[in-house]
Design a protein around this ligand. Sequence first.
Ligand code: SF4
Ligand code: SF4
Length: 407
Amino acid sequence: MISRKKMETEKAPYTMDEKQYQRFPVTKQAFAIVSTRDKGEPSYLGFLDKMHATLGQRMQKNQEGYTQTDNALDLGANALNLILGSYGFPNSQLLKWNPLFTPEFLVGNRVEKEPDVLAEMAKQAAKWYGSDLTGITELDEKWIYSQEMSKPFILTEDGAAEETEEAYYLPKSMNRAVVMAFLMDEPMIGTSPELPASTATSLGYSRMGITAVSLAEYIRALGYQAIPCMNDTAISIPLAVDAGLGQLGRHGLLITPEYGSNVRLCKVLTDMPMTPDKPIDFGVTQFCENCLLCAEHCPSGSISNGKPAMQTEYETGNDGVLKWFVHAEECLHFWQENGASCANCITVCPFTFGFESMQCFECERCESWDRGCVLQDNTIYRRKNGYLKQDTWASRAEVLSPKRRGL
Ligand code: SF4
Ligand code: SF4
């Protein structure tokens, strides 16, 4: 496996126009726009009603992939997500910004160690609580949402993080984010767009909720402030890119070297002084330019098959970062028609399950880059099953040999 050290870069692998970029409000997310339109009042999860109605119809017909049994497994998988944070709303449920159980005498009683040591401690704890990949970044204010559904996020010069009736206040001293990725069940994600893929997602949410809440409490018990976040408070994908977990793909998702896009993301914001990780570049952008598989397999046609751009006409997009924009509203409409969330773009991505020979021939990385091919060496498919046959033009990749020794 190509080491992460070899992929490290000094600068995060994206291009920004700082003059164009504005902090993004949650109210412009597709979840909020579709839900608010459906319900006729401000709503974030209201879009689920139509999705569940379709699922109910499919269950009644006992349609394969959408049966009562499938639904039962999903409800079990999602239970802890709903108890802990319901996908993520700031300072709510167990995602409280204040300590949950840490005794008063430990609050603010800082364990002083070198930033490298504190970073390692946080990573070890995150791993132990359930994270599959953990990175640390300086918290770039750009990625903090400007606005929740009803009130703004305001950055303050000092003090503690707090919520009032008017706003959420975040002190600038909370300048680190521990970003975590959670591998989702591969066979289940592979059933997309059927319900078991949604179930893998639900379990990912439950697992990330447990870990975010646990890690935040650990950091508080070390005497520092910590905010556990699921989808809320700051945008997870750019934070994950900054923290060196992976790169942004054409489908608008993070791609990690180890698991491709088959991950869910959460983060803990803190003032614990930890050494940040470096971002990585393993050629995703160049690869996506030629690949297009996610765009071809997207049932709602939401993924661009054109060039990356700085600006978008989509209401849910945010100008100022060079990327492929995704028509997220259309994506959600498909979820509603389907009766379950979709993960086709995750499953077809070669970084998730291994490459196909076509992409290998089309990719120019081997000739242009000296760091080796992550697709060939790092995909979880390859690590689990061994090397793939590379010389078959336009046919599915085939496992040639058992797992190679040393991998
Ligand atoms: S989740 Fe499905 S519908 Fe949405 S962008 Fe991905 S492939 Fe398209
Ligand atoms: S499927 Fe291909 S184009 Fe889409 S994100 Fe993955 S590598 Fe990029």
